[in-house]
Structures are given as structure tokens and as C-alpha cells.
Design a protein around this ligand. Sequence first.
Ligand SMILES: *Cc1c(COP(=O)(O)O)cnc(C)c1O
Length: 451
Amino acid sequence: MSNMILGKHEAEWHRQVPITADLQALKEICWINPGYVPVSQAVLDSPLSMADIRDASDRLARFAPYLMEVFPETAATGGILESPLRRIDRMQAALERAYGCTIPGSLWLKMDSHLAISGSIKARGGIYEVLKTAEDIALRHGLPKPGDDYRVLAEDRFRQLFSQYEIAVGSTGNLGLSIGIMSAALGFRVTVHMSADARQWKKDLLRQKGVQVVEYAADYSVAITQGRKLALQNPMCIFIDDENSQTLFLGYAVAALRLAEQLRREDIPVDAQHPLFVYLPCGVGGGPGGVAFGLKMVFGDHVHAFFAEPTHASCMVLGMATRLHQAVSVQDFGIDSKTVADGLAVGRPSGFVGRLMEPFLSGCYTLSDERMFRMLAQLVDTEDIRLEPSALAGMWGPVLSARDPAFAGYIARHGLQAAMPRANHIVWATGGSMVPRAELDSYYQKGKSLS
Ligand SMILES: *Cc1c(COP(=O)(O)O)cnc(C)c1O
């Protein structure tokens, strides 16, 4: 008797959606999205547009003087949180040696790992949503007036105002850090509902900042469900919903405008002759979805976005391939969602992101935790850059672009072969700089022991 999964025999799933068999077997896969269409067509059904991204970008600009004042480490960038883009050609050579391939074009690292305030990609969406929340509340109280300097928000009267509200969030760790630190700085009361896999140092750091941390024995979906339920009972509580928030998504999407500027400064063209490939570690989907969506708005068909997931937490590819999105979890298919990759240990994808990204996303792939660790050590050895394991998930993409048959099919179908030697590959490094050094060292040792 075959297993029943969501009302269908397992064998039936394997026949209808063959990738599900490989995902269940925890194989590393590369899935090309059959729903991908040209941007001109994809935008027709999109609930969000470039105008929304510009609005988010403008809001962040309004807050820049405030951030500079409250977080002096952001002064160097004028209160704008942005990460370096770095060429990593020694790593490119190391990957080519280790995996016996030639990666066509140039390899870059987008170092969100080193974003100010919270050291991960969550500093984009999480901080943006807290700032927007603060602005909405302040505006309801008539302040600041348009054109006012947002530094006033650091004054006592605003801290008093914000302290009447509570902000709550469910998190595997990094979102909690971003939202906790930013909310506490503004004067909000904050509760972070944390899943079992969240690191002790993150809980400690948050408590140090006056954040209430509620711990759950279960995974992320339970933490977020419980958090949402508790927050609903309190009318002064604002729940930041990682699975459904357009605001978070737009905060992430602003990255695209900034990256476009960085590429211009570096004289890196993105056009038919110079395709841009971007590889984004994916948990619930908001971070990578927002960035990829933004990039599609800016660069259209010349950018090719791929999501990277751990073999044990392949929720987005499962949701997209079955087209069930948030109605399916990896656990339904007997996959445990256990991975060392913080932020990626997610069993159920965001349906909002999955559906929105259906026509925009080029594909998804999965990789083992061991592979993340090995590449983590390689990056230290070649470039002296220390990241957390999740941040290496994107690093496998350029290797796949060079040697995976499904990826080769994608390149051929889109007529990209001739341009590949001029391609740019951006690996989105999503976190690492806040991780305690001893923990980073133990990741490195683990990677070396596996090499
Ligand atoms: C949260 C996170 C991601 C993925 O973001 P989602 O919005 O959950 O998909 C990737 N890497 C790190 C380090 C993260 O913290």
C-alpha cells in the first residue's frame, strides 16, 4: 500500500510531479520553473510594481537621518543600510577546481552578511517594516509633518508613544534580531517567538536589548502560528507576518535599486550580452522573493533568479512544483526540515511569495548541509570571508550553471550560450557578521573536516 499524501497516493505524486520523489529522497536537485515567462507578461498579474519599490526606497531615505543618529555605525553610508558587492575570483577558481567545471563569466558576492544593525538579509525587510509601522503610528498622531527631519522620532515623546504598542514576530533567529533590535531602539515593546532551532546567542542578545523572547520546542511554523494567535488577542500588538507581509517583501525589494547603482558604479552591464544570474538562499521566501522581484523590475529578462534551499527544508520548490504553495509542508512528504542553515529551516513556504514569484523565478535547487559547510571553509581559505552556513546556499548555483543538465537546458532555451562567457553570477550571502567568532570557527572546522 502506498502512502497517502494530501489525499493522493505517493506514487501518484511521483508520477504527476516527478521532482517530489527526489525531494523525498533528499537528493540535491535543480528544478527549472515551467511557469517562468517574459517579464512583460509576468507583470500583468503582479500585485506589486516598481512604484511600490520606489515608495519603500523613499521611506528608507526619510529614515536615514534617524538611523544615522540612533545607530552611529550607519553614519558611513549616510543612514542607508547597504552591503558591499565583492568580486570573488579566487573562490571561483577554487569551486572550479573542487567540482571539475568552468564557471562561465564572473563571480560576485553580495554581502548582506555584513549589513549594519543586524548582520543579515533580514536587516532589509525586518527593519523596513518596523520603520513603516513607526511612521504610520507617528503620522496618525500628526507628526512628523511632511518634510520634517525624522530625527525627532528619537525624542522622548515618540518613544513614549511607541511604548504603548507591542511588536511581535515569529522567527528562526535573524528576523527576530532585526525586528527586535529596531523595535526596541524606537521604544516599542517587542516579543519574539522563537523556534527550537534558534541559536542561544541570538536569544541572549535579544534579551540584553530588552526584547521578550518566547521559546518553542517546535519548528518555525509553530512559533509563527502561536505568535500570530497571541498577538491577535491584543489590539495594541502589531504582528509582523513573515509569511504574508507585502511590507517586508518591499523592504527586501529595495535591494534591487541599490544593486543596480552598485553595478553601474562597477561598470558591470546587465543586458542581452551580459546576463545576470542571482542565487538566493530561501526560507519562507520573502527575502529572496523580494530581492528577485525587485531585480526583475529593474533588469527584466536579463536577470535570472534562482532560489537555493537545503535538501531537508525544500519547502519553496515543493510548494511551487506542486503549485500547492502554503498548502503543503515538507513534513507532509516526510521531510524533516532539520538543517544547520539558520533562516532556511522552514517547512512551509509563503503562499503569497510563491504565487507572486511563479512567473518571475527561473528555478530552485537544493543542496546538502555538508556542501554548505565545505564551501564555507573554501570561502574562508580563498577570500578570508566568514559567513553562516545558510549564506553559502547560493554558492552552489554557479557550479550548477556550469555542469547541471537541467540548468544547461535553461541556458539553451533562452539562447544564452553565446553570452555565458560574459555572464555575472551574484551569490547572495545572507548572514554571518553577527555570529560569535567561536561559532564561526567551529563552522570552519566542520567544513575542513568534510573536505
Ligand atoms: C531568513 C534568512 C534567509 C531566507 O529568507 P526568507 O525570507 O525566510 O526566505 C536566508 N538566509 C538567512 C541567513 C536568513 O536569516
